[in-house]
Design a protein around this ligand. Structure first.
Ligand SMILES: O=C(NCCCOCn1ccc2cnccc21)c1cc(-c2ccc(F)cc2)cc(O)c1O
Ligand SMILES: [Mg+2]
Length: 214
């Protein structure tokens, strides 16, 4: 019964990162994934694009679909304005357990609500469970075939407002063709592609930023 990759990533954070310092947690994970074991964090290159868009939106309420080890949760939450919060959904309890400890090590747990379960069940409960009216920012980074149904579900549940920004990871690799086709052709979105690379590799990937027009 050895350790898992997320557990080894957490061990590296607790050994090398400064407690309460989100930037050192981010740097430690990037170093671990680049030099020890690849892992499916959004990474440093796409992370800078994520940072710039989160800073531009300056969200009071952010939603992340796909926590994994909490790397992008920390990137988002460290940039939130005072009183801002990030709700992050994770399907895999083992990933969620690691993410809670990574988020706590970074010292930004007060800005984050990590919820375990499938997005299809949890999104319709956002208003009643968390008192959410609408989201200012949504980061899609979960099952790639759930991006489109969940974007539509967010619309149907009235969780998007005029100007809400959806940012989708992995639109090239592994790829989300149906989602891309939808946001790029729907009159209800203004969409733009940010070319980059799959985390810690030279393989092409990118982020799609889509503004909901109401
Ligand atoms: O698969 C990926 N992410 C998703 C994880 C499961 O998410 C499941 N999940 C998380 C909340 C949640 C809520 N409801 C349902 C499912 C829900 C993912 C994969 C790769 C990748 C690229 C190339 C490869 F050769 C191998 C892997 C890269 C990425 O950046 C990714 O994000
Ligand atoms: Mg991803």
């Amino acid at each position: 019964t050895g350790s898992t990759r997320p557990q080894r990533l957490l061990r590296a954070v607790q050994k090398k990162a400064t407690q309460g310092d989100p930037q050192s947690v981010i740097a430690t994970i990037d170093d671990f994934c680049r030099h020890s074991e690849w892992a499916m964090n959004v990474g440093d290159e796409k992370g800078l694009i994520l940072d710039s868009i989160v800073s531009e939106v300056n969200p009071s309420t952010a939603l992340e679909l796909g926590t994994y080890c909490g790397y992008s949760t920390v990137r988002i939450a460290r940039l939130l304005p005072p009183g801002g919060r990030c709700i992050t959904l994770e399907f895999n309890p083992a990933y969620a357990a690691v993410a809670r400890q990574v988020i706590a090590w970074a010292g930004i747990q007060d800005k984050v609500q990590l919820v375990e379960g499938p997005s299809g069940d949890l999104i319709p409960q956002m208003k009643e469970l968390f008192g959410v009216q609408t989201f200012d920012f949504v980061f899609l980074d979960h099952w790639k075939d759930r991006y489109l149904p969940d974007a539509k579900l967010l619309e149907e549940c009235g969780l998007l407002r005029e100007g809400t920004v959806l940012l989708a990871d992995n639109v090239i690799c592994p790829g989300t063709p149906e989602y891309l086709q939808y946001v790029r052709n729907s009159p209800r979105y203004e969409s733009r592609y940010f070319k980059s690379h799959l985390e810690y590799t030279k393989v092409e990937d990118g982020l799609e930023k889509s503004v909901f027009l109401g």
